[in-house]
Write a protein that binds this ligand. Sequence first.
Ligand code: NAP
Length: 445
Amino acid sequence: MREILEAIQAGASGDDIGNLPIPESYRAAFVQRDEAGMWEGVASEDKDPRKSLHVGEIPTPELAPDEAYVAVMASAINFNTVWTSIFEPLSTFGFLDRLGKESVWGARHARDFHAVGSDASGVVVKVGSAVRKWKPGDKVTVHCNYVDDQSPSAHDDSMLADNQRIWGFETNYGGLADLALVKANQLMPKPAHLTWEEAACNALCNSTSYRMIVSKHAGALEQGQAVLIWGATGGIGGYAVQYVLNGGGIPVGVVSSPERAELLRAMGCEHVIDRKANGYKFWADEHTQDEKEWRRLGKDIRGLIGRDVDTVFEHPGRSTFGASVFVAARGGKIVTCAATSGYMIEYDNRHLWMKLKSIVSSHFANYKEAWAANQLLAEGKIQPLLSRVYGLDEVGEAARAVHRNETEGKVGVLCLAPEEGLGIDDPAFREQVGEDKITLFRNAG
Ligand code: NAP
């Protein structure tokens, strides 16, 4: 990989990069099949990704005709890597084994290691024989919707494809590595004004929030609509705030500290709720929710914006879902993509049907949506949320920090990039967008 990195740093031509040999093995972050039972009896919050995420050499998989190898300059931590590393809600080796049965190419993924990571920025080093839009030397970011075009179900909204997967979570050979194996239809141009690590941290969360807030497939935000955003300085929440503001909506952001409240205001979100300071206790005990507490949240929202929210951007799950259903306006919607605090959800259905609310499910984004989200980033209309940067060897530490809710926005990971700050190809546009805007979270983290 050293030769490839040197060629990239020297600005070698695409042809020269394409002629370099691909190493037989490369450095990657992975979990091991024989450790899938290691957390038995350990409470979720005590599971430490530093113990289960290993960094070492893995064999390079063969390249399929519709794929590309990407030399990964930087990647990022997503919550799915936390899930993989704590083997919750289940071991991801089951996903790999299922993919392994799909085809000869799928069989490459069913290994005793799972190389993780669902974000990357880097340089294409080799493409398969069927790839027509990308070539060696192209600077790219990678989105994580892993889907082929052979299923009719993939041709309206590819998130509905019957073999849709999340790359680096439900497939092997993900982005937390020096090399990544991706389908050509995961590639997007790297925004030229961003560093490698700034470019790497967006695709998963930015695209998810684009679909949840903007896309007709989920949020379909209209001007003037109010949106309650849980975890508003977190990975997906921080992009959601930007989309609501860009779309002429009114974000009401929920966070859990005065520092996060300040950061949220610095993003332009005027209406802020500190859930810790307000001390909401939506669950009176493990089995009983407290409607009075839902009402208190609703009253606090009305106190800020004078009415109920049209949409709730929901992802904490069990701890908040009952409240989310309650506080949405009559006819409003709860758009959900996750359940960090528990997926067995409980809410009072009377509040849903009597007030004609709807629960809308959303999951990542199709290629078109991911591309649109990437384009907005490239045009400086959406900002990266990079707050911290770790080296690949510290990936366990990085995942642990995200698991413990210690981080704001996104956590970047340097893979081949030897240091931070490299990869900016358009400094003039960077200046135009504004260093302070681009690095708002970096300075807060
Ligand atoms: P993150 O960066 O850790 O942010 C999550 C935020 O949620 C935190 O900043 C925290 O904010 C808030 N939060 C955590 N626990 C909470 C609770 N019990 N009640 C209320 N707020 C809580 O994570 P993320 O990247 O935004 O991801 C959030 C979830 O979405 C994860 O479960 C992830 O797996 C999922 N996800 C799903 C998709 C998809 O495509 N389906 C895509 C991306 C992410 P405060 O403490 O400041 O309130």
